[in-house]
Each structure stands twice: as structure tokens, then as C-alpha cells.
Design a binder for this molecule. Structure first.
Ligand SMILES: NC(=O)c1ccc[n+]([C@@H]2O[C@H](COP(=O)([O-])OP(=O)(O)OC[C@H]3O[C@@H](n4cnc5c(N)ncnc54)[C@H](O)[C@@H]3O)[C@@H](O)[C@H]2O)c1
Length: 258
């Protein structure tokens, strides 16, 4: 099937690499007008040039930058149909070792940015009267307790319920705007390639950062990208306020507690 998001204006934050890159490629392939929004300018520009998208430098942690960015989207495209709040960072640390600085940094890129993105995108989406979709990237860390990434777990749990609250808000308002969260398990991306090393270093500093033992073979970015594509398209028109777990059984397994 082609043209699954034909003519839809699609913003993907953190779109330059990893899961966001896969989202951008699939949305562009299926007819979307894609805007790669990131702070990794070199990678973002190269990807945008390759797939016929626009690159925009957006630091998602700054509310004022969102306002300027979405004004640009309105000027250039006249509307916004799809927002994928995908940007995220992870810093290992447990409830006992996480510092205030780490807590704020992780929540700025995930919790704050998802709030700003939805807050300012919804009025623009409403204006067009067309079917619109917001996809918020959470994690299985927003479903079950992952001990060694405490701030990340807080942020991803917040995103899960922010998505439902926004979905109900839009539905009750009669808006054609759906909001869903996606909860990937372990997928091979620059983030997960770096995090294994970070966790090992964090354990060396303080053994209380010990990771949990559950896991499966890691997935590939497209394993999440196709879920994002489905939620972005009108094929998912009755999916709203849902939490889409894509983890190849990780959260279905019996837990192992020593
Ligand atoms: N990879 C996984 O296994 C996995 C699992 C669950 C959830 N997730 C979530 O999926 C999303 C993407 O993860 P990924 O693995 O592709 O990560 P990644 O580190 O490979 O890519 C993240 C992207 O976000 C961008 N970014 C970081 N800070 C930003 C900021 N302030 N403003 C704009 N862009 C910023 C980075 O430049 C990068 O392009 C994240 O929200 C992550 O938490 C990933």
C-alpha cells in the first residue's frame, strides 16, 4: 500500500536518527510532507535532503521555540496533521542515585517537550478541521518499573497519562485530533547503543544502578516506525487514548525478583 498519509503535514521531533529517522522515512514514503525537527543539525539535514523533507532546528525543551516553529509550519504548509513527540534522552540512575540535574534534563526533553508540543499543536490542528494525530513516544519504562533509569521512567509514565488526558480533552471538544502513546521495548538505535555503556559505567560507580534481567532480542527502528505510521494514518481512526506496546513480550513476561 502506498500513500497511507498522503498530503498530511507531519512533524517528527528527534527525527534525525534512531526511531525518529525511521518514522520520517516511512511517513515520507507514504506521501507525508515531513518536517524533521531536531538539534542534530548535520544528520537531520542529510536525512531531510535524502527523503525530500524539511529540516528545522528545534530544541524541544524551549516552549518559545515551539511557538516560533509552529508559526513557521502554519506559514509554509498552512496546516499540521501529525505530530510525533519522539525526542528523548536517557540518563542511568536509580531513585537513590538520580541527581536533580539529571531528573530535570530527562524530564525537559520528554515530559516538558511533550506538553509544549501538544499544547501548541492542538490549536493549529483544530484550525484545519482535518483528521489529525499526535503520537507520543513513551516506553515500556512507562508501563513497568525499570529501576536503573528512574527519571526516564517518571517521564515516560507521565507521557502515558498526558496522552490519555489530551485524547479525552480533544474528543470531548469535538476535535478530530487523536492522541496515543507508543511503548517500545529495546530497539537498536544510537540511544540504546550508548546506554549499555552508560549503565555499565553507572554500575561501576554505584552497584545500586544494577539493571533488571528481563529482555528479548532487540528490535529494529521500523518495528516502531510502522506502528507510528499506522497511528499517523486515518487507518487508526478509532484508536484514541490508547497505549500501544511494541516489545515482543517483554512486559508480558513473569518478573524475576531475587
Ligand atoms: N530505542 C529504544 O529502545 C527505545 C525504547 C523505548 C522508548 N524509546 C524512546 O524513543 C524515542 C527515540 O529514541 P531513540 O532510541 O531513537 O533515541 P536516539 O538517541 O537514537 O535519538 C533521539 C533523537 O532525539 C534528539 N534530541 C535529543 N534532545 C533533543 C532536544 N532537546 N530537542 C530536539 N531533539 C532532541 C536527538 O538529537 C536524536 O536525534 C525516545 O523518546 C526514547 O525514549 C526508545
Amino acid at each position: 500500500m502506498t500513500g497511507r498519509v498522503e498530503g498530511k503535514v507531519c512533524v517528527v521531533t528527534g527525527g534525525a536518527m534512531g526511531l525518529g529517522e525511521s518514522d520520517c522515512r516511512l511517513l515520507a514514503r507514504e506521501g507525508g510532507k515531513v518536517i524533521v525537527a531536531d538539534i542534530a543539525d548535520e544528520k537531520g539535514k542529510a536525512l531531510a535532503a535524502e527523503i525530500g523533507a524539511e529540516y528545522y532546528h528545534l530544541d524541544v525543551t524551549k516552549e518559545a521555540s515551539w511557538v516560533t516553529f509552529l508559526a513557521h509550519v502554519k506559514d509554509r504548509y498552512g496546516k499540521l496533521n501529525v505530530l510525533v513527540n519522539n525526542a528523548g534522552i536517557v540518563i542511568p540512575g536509580t531513585v537513590e542515585t538520580c541527581t536533580e540535574e539529571q531528573w530535570r534534563a530527562v524530564n525537559a526533553v520528554s515530559t516538558d517537550a511533550t506538553f509544549y508540543g501538544m499544547k501548541h499543536a492542538i490549536p493549529l490542528m483544530r484550525e484545519s478541521g482535518e483528521p489529525c494525530s499526535i503520537v507520543n513516544m513513551s516506553s515500556i519504562a512507562g508501563i513497568v518499573g525499570v529501576p536503573y533509569v528512574f527519571a526516564y521512567a517518571a517521564a515516560k509514565g507521565a507521557i502515558r497519562l498526558m496522552s490519555k488526558a489530551a485524547a479525552v480533552h480533544c474528543a470531548q471538544n469535538g476535535d478530530k485530533i487523536r492522541v496515543n502513546s507508543v511503548h517500545p521495548g529495546g530497539i537498536v538505535t544510537p540511544m540504546t547503543q550508548a546506554v549499555g555503556k552508560q549503565v555499565a559505567e553507572a554500575i561501576a560507580r554505584d552497584p545500586r544502578n544494577k539493571p533488571s534481567v528481563r529482555g528479548t532480542t532487540p528490535g529494529q527502528p521500523d518495528d516502531i516506525g510502522y506502528m507510528v505510521l499506522y497511528l499517523a494514518s486515518d487507518e487508526s481512526k478509532y484508536t484514541n487514548g490508547a497505549e500501544m506496546i511494541v516489545d515482543n513480550t517483554v512486559t508480558s513476561m513473569e518478573g524475576i525478583v531475587p
